[in-house]
Design a protein around this ligand. Sequence first.
Ligand code: NAI
Length: 215
Amino acid sequence: MEKKKSNISMAVIKRLPKYHRYLSELLKNDVDRISSKELSEKIGFTASQIRQDLNCFGDFGQQGYGYNVKDLYNEISAILGLSKEYKHIIIGAGNIGQAIANYTRFDKLGFELEGIFDANPKLIGLKIRDIEIQDIDNLTSFLKTHKIDIGVICVPKNNAQKVCNLLVENGIKGIWNFAPTDLIVPDDVVVENVHLSESLLTLTYLLKDKEEENN
Ligand code: NAI
């Protein structure tokens, strides 16, 4: 399918994973096609928003037919870069690092966990899902022999930049950062930050807003 634009807005890109998730559920339930109106009822975006979003990438829908769920799912997967598998490593095997390592759904999406590293001697040698936690001092030699796409940073804020530099110096191009700090990276490296507390503060705003509305 022909792509219409390459300069897709970040707002649209941020919505794509949600389309991907819902379409995957529709596929599992053997739904072959869906109209933008039906998709809108499930997903919570307006039908016109959906048509606009999907139009950014090509002519997906057909008047009177709607969207072919499998085609749309495959296309969105490809747009999200999910046509290939990604190998990742986790740095920091504390609360967050262990939770991510134990989350098997990432495997199903095509993310293969290749290694876990920590600086705490008490953790080194322990296993999470058959993967032994290695000494951070092994990271450089590990990365010389393993092609890793993504480094997941789960260390305290004060050590995050240092760990990030180590990953970047050893060829990692994608950083998934859980530490509450803005990492500095070269132009050819991408960082995606995850901050649960920001999501929580959005919730408190909405709670406060609702309370004010009801008073
Ligand atoms: P934790 O203290 O349980 O685990 C941190 C681990 O990093 C420890 O095992 C420690 O030995 C290891 N570590 C420290 N320096 C290291 C280094 N230079 N190299 C390798 N390993 C190193 O901490 P927790 O609760 O797992 O939090 C980890 C990070 O995630 C923190 O930066 C925290 O602020 C952040 N966090 C982020 C959240 C989010 O929403 N993104 C939510 C909660 C925590």
